[in-house]
Design a protein around this ligand. Structure first.
Ligand code: 16G
Length: 240
């Protein structure tokens, strides 16, 4: 398996081998890996080389380390296509995961100037401010703060906010959500965000801001999301 005469670096051969086992499902999420020493003995390579391969796989999100316990196979990252304008609920269902929300905050407040501009409404008009932890199979994936005009989206309740906002707008209010503009930025979790997302403070996250519109450009939401970078990757089809 490891070919010492190959021009391909040994750490890279080991990295490929382990990645292969994960991709084929021979190593499954939660499985623990042999100790560095065992790899080193089995393949007669240095522990430094083993560490280099494992560190690369940790950095790429395939493995994670628990201090004093060893190295384990991470959950597969969720691939999110950037083409379709989908809701969190739809994304999770499409992957066979059970979507959920934990409502942290639900309040009808007067729009600040910033929020009023984003929603193209007058300052101080009522908006719903909704903060939710978004869950997949009960695991926190993202933290979302959404602003919605209360004049446009009537009758919003905590119960609805605990479910799908897009489904409510489309199925109950017959609004046609049409397009959105989205900004994605890499960042690190604050202590507060980390607590909700059950990750370490300073762990990598992606911050996404979405402005969503009806066909006639009426804004339906202004949403700020913090997605766990260890569980998500974004995929986009591009054409030359
Ligand atoms: C997604 C959207 C968010 C929207 C939510 C609605 C991103 C980055 N954000 O999380 O803007 O409010 O879906 O989901 O994708 P829901 O219909 O399940 O409430």
């Amino acid at each position: 398996m490891i070919n010492k005469n190959s021009p391909i670096p040994i750490y890279y051969q080991l990295e490929e081998h382990i990645r292969d086992l994960i991709e084929k499902g021979e190593l499954r999420p939660g499985d623990s890996l042999p100790a560095e020493r065992e790899y080193a003995e089995t393949y007669r390579i240095s522990r430094m080389t083993v560490r280099q391969a494992l560190t690369k796989l940790v950095n790429d999100g395939y493995l994670y380390r628990l201090q004093g316990k060893g190295t384990f196979v991470a959950e597969r990252k969720i691939e999110k296509a950037l083409q379709g304008l989908t809701s969190f609920t739809q994304d999770m269902k499409a992957r066979g995961l059970v979507p959920g929300s934990q409502l942290l905050h639900f309040e009808r407040v007067p729009a600040t100037d910033v929020i009023a501009k984003q929603l193209a409404i007058q300052e101080k008009r009522p908006v719903y401010e909704i903060k939710r932890i978004r869950l997949a199979d009960k695991v926190p994936m993202a933290l979302e703060t959404t602003y919605i005009s209360a004049d446009l989206i009537k009758g919003l309740t905590e119960k609805i906010a605990n479910q799908s906002l897009y489904a409510y707008m489309e199925e109950q209010l017959n609004l046609r959500i049409d397009h959105a503009s989205q900004v994605i930025e890499s960042s690190i979790a604050t202590q507060n965000e980390a607590d909700y997302l059950e990750i370490k403070s300073g762990a990598p996250v992606m911050r996404i801001q979405r402005n969503t519109y009806l066909q006639d450009e009426t804004p339906v939401e202004f949403a700020k999301s913090v997605f766990r970078a260890d569980r998500y990757k974004f995929v986009v089809q591009i054409k030359r």
